[in-house]
Design a protein around this ligand. Structure first.
Ligand code: G3P
Ligand code: CA
Length: 282
C-alpha cells in the first residue's frame, strides 16, 4: 500500500515538473522589434553561420550584416604570433592536421581554412589578430577571446602590446573563461575592457564573486543554457554588461530579452531578423 502511494506521489511530481517546464518554455514569446532596440549583437567567430569561422570572409560578412562586434578566438603559433583559430587542433577547420602550436605562422597561412565549411570558400586562409584589427578597427567593435591560455604562455603580453598601437580602446574587448588571464591583462593595461566568460558550473553566482568580477570586468558573458535572471540583475546593477551566446539555440534572442541581457553573441549575426534566418536554416 505504502509503495503504491509512493509511486502515485512520484508520478504526480513528474507531471507537475513537466507542466512547470512547459510553462517556462511558453513564457518565451516572439520578440518585438521595439524590445531589440539598443541590444548589442556580436558575430560569433565572425558571421560563422554564413562563412568559415575566424576567417576574413566571416568577419566581412559580420560587418555586412550589421553586427556591432566581431568575436574571434586567438592563440599563439609555434613562433608566437597571434593567430585566429578556435580549436587546439587545426583539423576541424582546415586541411591540415595537428595542434596549432606545432605550426609556424607561415605554415598556418598555407592551410586552407575555407573548404571544410564549403568548397566555394576554397583558398580562404587563417588570419592574425593584427590583420583583423588593421582591416576592421574603427569600422566595428572587436571582441577578442583568449583561447587555451595554459598552452599559450605569454599571450596576454602579446595582446596588450598589439593593442597599444590603438589609442582608443573603446571598441575593443578582451574576454576569456580564465579569470587569471583577464587579471593579468588588467595589470598590464587597465584601459583594456574585459569580459569574463562564465562556465555553467559557477551558476548561480555568489554576490561576493559578482563583486570580484565586476571590479575589473566591463562584461560578464553567459551561455544561453546557464542564464540566471537574478545573476543578470545583480551584474547589471553594478554597471557591467551581460552578453549571452549560443551557436544554434533558437531561444537565444527571446531569452536574452526576457532576462534583460545587453546583447547576444551568435553565429547568425543578422539583426534583428535572426529568427527568419533560423527558419531558412531549418
Ligand atoms: O563568445 C563566447 C563564445 O565564443 C565562447 O565559446 O567555444 O565559441 O569560443 P566558444
Ligand atoms: Ca569564442
Amino acid at each position: 500500500m505504502k509503495v503504491r502511494r509512493k509511486k502515485r506521489l512520484l508520478s504526480a511530481i513528474s507531471v507537475l515538473a513537466i507542466f512547470m517546464l512547459f510553462l517556462a518554455g511558453s513564457s518565451l514569446h516572439p520578440v518585438k522589434k521595439a524590445e531589440l532596440e539598443g541590444m548589442i549583437t556580436v558575430a560569433h567567430r565572425g558571421a560563422s553561420g554564413f562563412a568559415p569561422e575566424n576567417t576574413m570572409a566571416a568577419f566581412q560578412k559580420g560587418l555586412e550584416l550589421g553586427a556591432d562586434f566581431l568575436e574571434c578566438d586567438v592563440q599563439l603559433s609555434k613562433d608566437n604570433e597571434l593567430i585566429l583559430i578556435h580549436d587546439l587542433y587545426v583539423d576541424r577547420t582546415t586541411n591540415g592536421q595537428g595542434s596549432v602550436r606545432q605550426f609556424t605562422l607561415k605554415e598556418l597561412k598555407q592551410l586552407d581554412a575555407g573548404t571544410s565549411f564549403h568548397p566555394s570558400y576554397a583558398g580562404e586562409t587563417l588570419i592574425t589578430l593584427d590583420e583583423l584589427l588593421k582591416e576592421f578597427y574603427g569600422k566595428i567593435g572587436i571582441l577578442i577571446e583568449v583561447k587555451h591560455p595554459a598552452l599559450n604562455k605569454g599571450i596576454e603580453e602579446k595582446i596588450v602590446k598589439l593593442l597599444a598601437r590603438y589609442p582608443d580602446l573603446e571598441s575593443i574587448v578582451v574576454q576569456s573563461f580564465d579569470v587569471n588571464v583577464l587579471k593579468r591583462i588588467h595589470e598590464l593595461n587597465s584601459d583594456i575592457q574585459l569580459g569574463v566568460l562564465i562556465n555553467g558550473s559557477f551558476i548561480p553566482m555568489s554576490t561576493k564573486y559578482i563583486d570580484e568580477l565586476t571590479s575589473f570586468a566591463a562584461y560578464i558573458n553567459f551561455n544561453v543554457s546557464s542564464l540566471d535572471k537574478r545573476t543578470v540583475d545583480q551584474i547589471r546593477k553594478r554597471n557591467c554588461k551581460v552578453l549571452v551566446w549560443s551557436k544554434k539555440d533558437k531561444r537565444l534572442i527571446q531569452k536574452a530579452v526576457l532576462y534583460g541581457a545587453d546583447g547576444v553573441i551568435t553565429d547568425f549575426s543578422r539583426w534583428p531578423v535572426d529568427q527568419e534566418v533560423f527558419m531558412e536554416m531549418e
